[in-house]
Design a binder for this molecule. Structure first.
Ligand code: ZN
Length: 276
């Protein structure tokens, strides 16, 4: 028996980390003065987001966009268009800096400032995804103090769950269903080759089907500057078609977290580390 709403066999969330220019500055502060490098991020705002919103609208799917505060300040019109289309906007740092590189005071400031910027643009922010999917010993305390509902950072499950010592839901992520390991290219190292959409679909669709068989939650993590390229928009279209064909409950991260807080799907399924 399904543990998901509407008796759906599994759940899925389409999420985007709208990093824009800030991720490149986070990678290397010298990039702040490198317009060519930064323009890779600007593509996400100028072209990626509008085209992604079209694909989502076509499928009537609502997504979650995790946005760094500084990128929201650079591209307020992008954030407004995301909100106007009915999508969720959530916290992704203020600058795109891993909390592990910040002092406790800086971490608090990043959290508070980023929250304020997004709220000033009209977002009802209830969740946080760290720029590095990494925590400090203080992070969960800070999220709870800020009154947030969920974190989407850890890679330890295929179902959402309650943090044992905090009033927070974790909505886990994975590298396999992230577009960056497959598509990220940086011209300072040339270490990574760019995969084709077909290769990535060969990785993603069996993983989605595997999670579906286990009644789990599919968390897709994409970046407008990567998945907003034309060939990959067609891939996104194919992934969304597949999720609908498999009868996924497609919900925002906020909705998944709310559902997990009310229903605790791991307990419902009596999860035994693999056998559902
Ligand atoms: Zn990011």
């Amino acid at each position: 028996m399904s543990t998901w709403p509407e008796n759906r066999p599994f759940a899925a969330t389409v999420s985007f980390d709208f990093d824009a220019e800030e991720v490149w500055i986070g990678e290397n502060p010298a990039n702040a003065h490198a317009p060519g490098v930064l323009s890779q991020g600007a593509y996400g705002a100028k072209v990626g987001v509008p085209l992604i919103l079209e694909v989502l609208a076509h499928h009537e799917v609502r997504a979650t966009f995790f946005v760094p505060g500084k990128d929201a300040l650079r591209h307020p019109e992008s954030v407004r268009s995301i909100l106007a289309a009915g999508h969720e906007v959530a916290h992704h740092g203020h600058s795109h800096t891993s909390p592990t590189k910040l002092t406790p005071t800086e971490e608090r400031e990043e959290l508070e400032t980023g929250l304020q910027v997004l709220r000033d643009l009209g977002a009802d922010v209830t969740g946080y995804r760290s720029p590095s999917w990494e925590f400090t010993p203080e992070t969960l305390d800070l999220l709870q103090e800020a009154g947030l509902l969920y974190s989407s950072n850890l890679l330890d499950h295929i179902l959402p769950y309650r943090h044992p010592k905090h009033d927070l839901i974790e909505v886990p992520v994975s590298w396999i269903l992230d577009d960056a390991p497959h598509f990220w290219f940086a011209n300072d190292t040339w270490e990574k080759t760019i995969r084709s959409p077909r290769e990535v679909l060969d990785v993603w669709l069996p993983e989605i089907d595997g999670i579906a068989r286990l009644g789990g939650h599919v968390m897709l993590t994409m970046h407008p500057m990567l998945s907003g390229r034309p060939s990959r928009l067609a891939m996104l279209d194919e992934v969304l078609t597949h999720l609908k064909q498999q009868d996924a409950w497609i919900a925002t991260t906020h909705e998944i977290a709310e559902y997990a807080r009310a229903s605790d799907p791991i307990a419902l399924r009596r999860w035994r580390g693999g056998a559902a």
